[in-house]
Write a protein that binds this ligand. Structure first.
Ligand SMILES: NC(=O)c1ccc[n+]([C@@H]2O[C@H](COP(=O)([O-])OP(=O)(O)OC[C@H]3O[C@@H](n4cnc5c(N)ncnc54)[C@H](OP(=O)(O)O)[C@@H]3O)[C@@H](O)[C@H]2O)c1
Length: 336
């Protein structure tokens, strides 16, 4: 496995060492790679820090678990900034423990140690899934029964309420790029299926953002006081649909996508039946809104991020697929 970085932004001395929680995960690894490429002192904390790929081993590794937040104390000692990417996508109880209580305790520990910047990686999921208009940072969330949406929203509030914390909240959309398990690997494999089936006509928007654009925004907020105590949407403004993305992945595999739509009503019925047997009660409850989102995802404004930080998305879908092609080729190698 190779983790490279296309992002070049100098890291202020005062932010170092930078602690990346979840630095072994998909986004975390990309952040660690970019920080190391700038020569920054980096720490990684996770339950299994040895999963850090060899090329990122210049980062100092700490074993820590958000279920027992005091385990982060050694990793926090003397750090200038925390980039909090660690997350659980598990059961509702697990997400409450890790995403909410773990984040709350970590933010408090960071504030007590005088950490200068706490960058909390949130998600557009905090808005809920049933919006029809352009969503800005001021848009009130619609209630959601999705555990991820709920816990990420409560976690944000916990971070914002932490006394003496210079927090910044970034809310990325669907992050794709090399090593993205869902928005690249899973969608690429879906696009290659024969026959290819998808719910609806695929004209709903997918709020996509390339990992390099996310990493650039993260590094920028380490050194910009205008970002402190602000939350920002983080998505590419190019309006791409599910059909665009799946067609692009199919083309990257040398195939042409022949779209076969499963009617949404039928999909909802099948999904409900499947959910009865295989999903947790909380996921089951969230299914209708997730299916709605598939066809009706709104636009998310990034004006605030562009205005405040001068962030400009660099990676269109075409460029993003180009940057990801080496990984897609690896996915179709025999025995992978
Ligand atoms: N991926 C996306 O498309 C996307 C979109 C929007 C927002 N986000 C946000 O971006 C962040 C990173 O997401 P990701 O998809 O890159 O996650 P990921 O690949 O699943 O990585 C999660 C990381 O968190 C660590 N972790 C999990 N449970 C932990 C615990 N109890 N204590 C300490 N560390 C723990 C994992 O390492 P161990 O298992 O070794 O502990 C791993 O390093 C998250 O905050 C997520 O909400 C992601």
């Amino acid at each position: 496995m190779t983790t490279s970085s296309n992002v070049k932004i100098s890291i202020p001395e005062a932010a170092q060492p930078v602690l990346v929680t979840g630095g072994t995960g998909f986004l975390g690894r990309a952040v660690v790679a970019a920080l190391l490429a700038q020569g920054a002192a980096v720490r990684v904390a996770a339950r299994r820090p040895d999963r850090l790929p060899p090329e990122l081993r210049d980062a100092e590794r700490f074993t820590a678990d958000l279920a027992t937040p005091d385990s982060f104390e050694p990793a926090l000692e003397g750090v200038g900034a925390v980039i909090h990417t660690a997350v659980s996508y598990g059961s509702f109880e697990r997400q409450q423990q890790v995403n909410v209580r773990g984040t709350q305790a970590l933010a408090r520990l960071a504030a007590e140690r005088g950490v200068r910047r706490f960058v909390h990686i949130s998600s557009l999921a905090v808005y809920g899934y049933r919006h029809s208009e352009i969503v800005t940072e001021e848009t009130p969330p619609v209630p959601s029964r999705d555990p991820y949406s709920m816990t990420k929203r409560i976690a944000e509030k916990a971070v914002q309420a932490t006394p003496n914390l210079n927090w910044v909240i970034l809310r990325p959309g669907a992050i794709y790029g090399p090593y993205a398990p869902l928005w690249t690997s899973a969608l690429f494999q879906l696009a290659r299926r024969r026959p290819f089936l998808f719910i609806g006509d695929g004209r709903g928007r997918l709020p996509l953002v390339h990992v390099d654009d996310v990493v650039e925004a993260i590094l920028r907020v380490l050194d910009d006081s205008a970002a402190v105590c602000e939350a920002f949407n983080l998505v590419h403004p190019e309006p791409v649909t599910w059909r665009d993305v799946l067609s692009a992945y199919a083309a990257a595999a040398g195939q042409t996508l022949r779209w076969r739509a499963v009617p949404t009503a039928l999909a909802a019925t099948v999904a409900s039946v499947a959910a009865l047997t295989s999903f947790s009660p909380s996921m089951r409850a969230a299914l209708p809104e997730l299916l709605y989102f598939l066809e009706h995802a709104p636009s998310f404004s990034t004006d605030k991020l562009q205005r405040t930080l001068g962030w400009q998305p660099q990676v269109s879908l075409t460029e993003g697929i180009r940057r990801t092609q080496f990984y897609l080729d690896h996915l179709i190698e025999p025995n992978t």
